[in-house]
Ligand binder design. Structure first.
Ligand SMILES: [Zn+2]
Ligand SMILES: [Zn+2]
Ligand SMILES: [Zn+2]
Length: 349
């Protein structure tokens, strides 16, 4: 009960901040507003595991995807953090079972990407060009170096890396890489829902791991490659490190309301993301196309999709903040979500 009372305070606290104007000339009002933000920042620091956030959350100015100049809170994480075990991803032999393999998400379903699945790919995708294994030994071709994982995850996969199981180790990511998420402190609702930006992704889990945009399954399969996710719905690219394409219940869950699903993180537009199901395994029946709804006591929020959908939420109902990747300490908080550079010309698995 204590936890729920505290959290009601968190959520009513953030709602109170949302009602204030950040550009008030009224000094008294501005002071109240700052105090409310101090409470909000303390609550956010509490929500994110301290071991994964590198710098304490701060309030910074930012320009959102729709051009609104406002306030965002920053959460800075390194790409190296892992709060749970990661992997396995690719099995090594077609005889390997699900315990030595990750999962694959396709057509709304979650499949064990085990040896048998890999053996049957030609049949599964009705395409005889699939052959990820040596038919004599059963050995599966897996990218086994940083160079191989990068070469196999380009938009035009080199011939020699077609028909590979693509697996990048967490150690391949740059250890100096850090990502700062700038999340709107006051969500700015849109008239029309917005698709997610493939560069910023969907949001951030309370363990500091990115909730990424859908994995580019068509491009991956087009090169006869498979880039499995671990049982937590995550895998690694050298660009952002370990990230999720599905929610499978591996991350910190925060109970908020009785009979409601727990909170698991923030979406890039400042609304929170909750698990798909509540403790009675019931999914809300009134979700909009973005997978959001309004509940008394929480306001508008999203519920994560079924893992097989490869799309954690459907779209955004408010202007998005941004994620800034930087290997340099310091100058990484000047988010200009509206004037963002185009996504880099690489396939981001
Ligand atoms: Zn404010
Ligand atoms: Zn809900
Ligand atoms: Zn990915």
């Amino acid at each position: 009960m204590k936890a729920i009372t505290q959290l009601m305070f968190i959520f009513t606290g953030s709602l109170a901040v949302a009602a204030c104007s950040p550009h008030s000339d009224n000094e008294h009002h501005a002071t109240e507003h700052e105090k409310e933000h101090q409470v909000q920042l303390a609550n956010i620091a509490e929500l994110f595991n301290k071991s994964s956030t590198k710098v304490a959350p701060e309030l910074v100015s930012c320009t959102l995807s729709g051009g609104t100049k406002t306030e965002c809170f920053s959460v800075t994480v390194t790409s190296l953090q892992t709060e749970h075990k990661t992997g396995p991803w690719c099995p090594r032999n077609i005889s390997d079972g699900p315990e030595k393999s990750g999962i694959w998400l396709d057509k709304g379903k979650v499949y064990d990407a085990d040896g048998q699945f890999i053996e049957n790919l030609a049949e599964f995708y009705k395409d005889n060009e699939w052959e990820l294994f040596n038919p004599e030994t059963g050995e599966i071709k897996v990218t086994d170096s940083k160079e191989a994982c990068m070469a196999a995850a380009r938009p035009d996969v080199a011939e020699e890396y077609q028909n590979y199981c693509v697996e990048c180790q967490p150690s391949y990511a740059d250890e100096n890489q850090q990502i700062t998420y700038l999340i709107p402190a006051h969500p700015v609702p849109l008239d029309k829902a917005q698709r997610m930006n493939p560069h910023s992704g969907i949001g951030i889990a309370f363990n500091g791991v990115k909730f990424d945009a859908p994995a580019p399954v068509e491009a991956i399969l087009g090169a006869h490659t498979l880039a499995p996710f671990d049982d937590c719905g995550g895998h690694v690219n050298t660009h952002v490190g370990y990230h999720y394409h599905a929610v499978t219940g591996c991350t910190k869950e925060v109970e908020t309301l009785v009979d409601h699903a727990p909170a698991i993180g923030y979406a890039m537009d400042g609304f929170m993301i909750y698990s798909r199901l509540n403790a009675k395994l019931i999914e809300p029946s009134d979700l909009d196309s973005c997978r959001g709804h309004i509940t008394d006591g929480i306001g508008y929020h999203y519920h994560a999709n079924d893992a097989g959908k490869n799309q954690i939420i459907g779209c955004f109902q408010a202007e998005q903040g941004c994620a800034v990747e930087s290997a340099i300490e310091g100058d990484n908080q000047s988010c200009e979500a509206s004037g963002r550079r185009p996504p880099p010309p690489r396939r981001q698995d």
